[in-house]
Design a protein around this ligand. Structure first.
Ligand code: PLP
Length: 390
């Protein structure tokens, strides 16, 4: 009876909703599906964080509206976290905005900064929610290919003069979803120079900021000199502390962008429940053993899975960061037909690369989000399909 707006009709299709439906159909048919297709952390939130929420939940003051723009104690905790982890100094009052998870911030930002028709540089392959934010702002995208030969970093020298002149905003994301690539400090230094030269605001999505392997801690964009003048970083507690269901994250960096986000949110929300803000502050300020344990766990899973796949003759590389493996599709398949084939014949779900953009074709993404045993079993099941020669 009531028709959807053109705005909603124009939003990119939620590719992964289709994937979930396929998995559910397979489960309903009685199959034991090993689901490596989604990015949902499988471990519980560390108990000290849960306890902080339980204690905070009873505070009558917290049952009222939280202060607009968030609790100051959380903003201070965020500044302490950035100082401790990255040596970056932030002002809690002007350089921090509290978000309902990273996704909310990423989707809001184009609407905060762009007018219809303006241009955003978006990584391809990339996290699909960037596209939704751009569409909601009625802005347009210019894709930056992330190629293996350039370690899945954008090559700014390959962008057209027009794209550089038109671009107002740029999304980046390292450690990267879906490729697992990480960025170096010098890449971010170059990014600051590129953005300054072309007057582009950088939005660095640091969702996997805690997850770097081989003893290499991922660098924050804000560590580069001049980064705060050039853009912001979006951080989320979803992955670092297994808090995906809690919906809490934050934006840090450039004052005017932070003010725009806060102003936008004044019109949309009040703020996240104060009990969650208190638990988030506890997470950021407590000893970080739970984070080292989490990284060690993903690192063992990475070793188990990548070794097992190479063992069955599927030549794959270990991701340096994030909890995703980016696996080349064997000949004769598209990323989608290969993902369908694995689901149908091995009951293993992976995400087709095409779901992340044109340059994602030729790959599938597998999440290290189940036990080593199940990851090895996934490899065994794939082996039995005889797609690879050993
Ligand atoms: N950015 C990237 C690259 C992600 O993969 C995700 C979640 O999967 C997010 C942001 C959003 O995380 P959240 O909204 O849970 O903070």
């Amino acid at each position: 009876k009531f028709e959807q707006s053109a705005l909603l009709n124009n939003l990119p299709k939620q590719f992964f909703a289709g994937l979930v439906a396929k998995v559910n159909t397979s489960i309903e048919a009685g199959h034991d599906v090993i689901n490596l297709g989604q990015g949902n952390p499988d471990q519980p939130t560390p108990p000290h964080i849960v306890k902080a929420l339980q204690e905070a939940a009873g505070k009558p003051d917290y049952h009222k509206y939280s202060p607009f723009r968030g609790q100051r104690f959380l903003k201070t905790a965020i500044t302490e976290f950035y100082q401790r982890e990255y040596g970056v100094t932030l002002d809690p009052d002007t350089e921090v905005a509290i978000l309902f998870g990273g996704k909310a911030g990423l989707v809001e930002i184009p609407q905060c900064l762009l007018n219809p028709g303006e241009t955003v540089l978006v990584p391809d392959p990339g996290y699909p929610d960037y596209w939704s934010g751009v569409e909601l702002a009625r802005a347009r995208m210019e894709y930056m290919p992330l190629l293996k030969e350039n370690e899945f970093l954008p090559d700014y020298s390959k962008l057209s003069e027009k794209a550089k002149a038109d671009a107002k905003l740029m999304f980046l994301n390292y450690p990267n979803n879906p490729t697992g690539a990480v960025a170096s400090r010098s890449f971010f230094d170059d990014t600051v120079a590129f953005a300054e030269e072309n007057d582009i605001c950088v939005v660095h999505d640091f969702a996997y900021g805690a997850i770097g392997f081989d003893g290499k801690k991922p660098v924050s964009f804000l560590e580069s000199e001049g980064a705060k003048e050039t853009g912001i970083e979006i951080y989320t507690l979803s992955k670092t502390y297994n808090m995906a269901g809690w919906r809490i994250g934050f934006a840090v960096g450039n004052k005017s962008v932070i003010e725009s986000i806060n102003l936008f949110q004044d019109h949309m929300f009040v703020s996240v429940f104060s009990g969650i803000q208190e638990a988030a502050a506890a997470a950021l300020l407590a000893p970080q053993d739970c984070v080292s344990e989490l990284v060690a766990r993903y690192e063992s899973r990475r070793a188990a899975f990548i070794d097992a796949l190479n063992g069955i003759g599927w030549k794959v590389e270990a991701p340096p960061g994030s909890f995703f493996a980016w696996l080349p599709v064997p000949g004769g398949f598209t990323s989608e037909s290969f993902a369908d084939y694995l689901l149908e014949h091995a009951h293993v779900c992976v995400a087709p690369g095409i779901g992340f953009g044109t340059f994602g074709e030729g790959y599938v993404r597998a999440g290290l989000l189940t036990s080593e045993e199940r990851l090895r079993e996934a490899a065994e099941r794939i082996k039995s399909l005889n797609l690879f020669s050993q």
